[in-house]
Design a protein around this ligand. Sequence first.
Ligand code: NAP
Length: 512
Amino acid sequence: MVERKGIAQYLSSFFDPCFELGDDGIPEFKMFIGGQWVRSSGGTQVVDSPHDGSVVARVQNGTLDDVEKAMQWVSGEGKKIRDIPAIDRILIFQKARDLLKEHKEEIARALVLEGGKTIRSARGEVDATAQRLMLTMEEARKIYGEYIPGDWAEDTVGKMGLAIREPEGVVAAISPFNYPLYIASAKVIPALLSGNSVVAKPASDTPVSLLLFARVLQEAGIPAGSLNVLTGPGGKLGDAIVSDERVNMVTFTGSTEVGIHVNNVMGLKKRHLELGGKGIAIVLKDADLDLAARKIVEGNLSNAGQRCDAIATVLVEKEVAGQLIAKIIDNEKKWTLGNPMDTGTDMGPLINEGAAKRVESLVQDAVQKGAKLVLGGHRNGCYFEPTVLIDVPLDARIVNEETFGPVLVVITVKDVNEALEIAKKPKYGLDSCVFTNNFYSMWRVAKSLDVGEVTINDNPKHGVGYFPFGGKKLSGLGREGIGYSIDEMTHLKTIVFSLEPAGLGKRRVFQG
Ligand code: NAP
């Protein structure tokens, strides 16, 4: 009997249908097409741990033939999901929530091994996914549509309208590596709930958790073909999926560069794009500096800074800059860097060495241009230390490009006007925050920033998406969240009834 290694060592027999054990004990996961776990003719690709580089799984290296098979299911048999009564769809999700909770620890450990996030953060991600499943009842309220009396306009007197919400049809869901379970589920759950069939592709760095989630949904009773999960390189499969004419809507979360490409190749389709970010924290001189420092550091270092809503830049008024920087450094030093599987670890590695080297080059560029490195700055493999740069010149790449790593840039400004001017510069417009105790300053900053969300006296967090989130500028199009994703994944069909044949049509009395 082969000893189970990598992700397999943590999985119970519930997940047996998803994989086979290789001779070396590493699990080889299959793809989920038409309700079956299947192999690809394209061979496999390796999933390794950013912590130590060890192979933790293999997944199918999907081919264009696999895309075609998935397309036939998703646009054929899989569409039957819309005929299932909504209450039964909800019950499927409630069952899925119970199964997810039952298998929480297994999935959390898979998340740690494939993505290097800490075990605490991984457990939080499974909990958030379970909450999302629990909130489907709330979400379903968005699917009702509306009744529109016709007699408020001259040419519709004697008529009434119903605007009913219908599923888009086939939804392609492409997700990034950083929250591979939660972000994928935040697409798959509302899409299926509103009656769409789905073809999903996870990121190649972290494909396993979505496959495990598909197994949960399979057992919970989703119909065959309504959810199909393909693994393989985005450049090859992604283009084929999003440009397929059978796909009616694309929901994509990932980098701005790939998002723009996807936008260009998909053709005339509904789209929802959640792209890169450059979170800014503005700290005014009347702020509670202890609170600001603690929240800024948490907003910068959580998930090793690999969050679209991470705080990357602090713009602080000069009167309090020295005090704030000292408090930020004190807080950063409390974060322990290490093996993400240890419960005491606060921050693990970046997703791969290329990502860590990119962050290193952003720091080096800033230092070469005159920034002062006051904490960290070192890389060891995929690990990058919590890092603080001050006096950063505005032409440094790190001021304008997405960092996606544990580096905080602090820029001192003379007043709120200068802060707002600098905050306009990046091409991104996702999340930002302001720390102040003055109501008028809060309101002014909140109204002035050209972003999708402004948080006051805390760091931005999308959480379970109870509040809508999404970007402006090159951070994307559309809004994700409980109910809001449903709006994106459905369309209004208007049905107009003439009431005259029933003798109910109102007649004009005013001739003016
Ligand atoms: P990425 O490199 O853009 O990849 C995202 C997804 O797109 C992956 O599944 C990738 O597959 C796939 N892909 C690659 N090329 C494709 C193509 N030609 N057509 C279709 N799909 C393609 O992003 P990432 O590095 O995984 O994630 C980090 C980025 O996501 C950051 O920029 C972050 O800000 C952003 N993000 C945004 C939000 C938000 O809510 N706005 C949330 C989380 C993350 P492969 O992995 O196989 O290449």
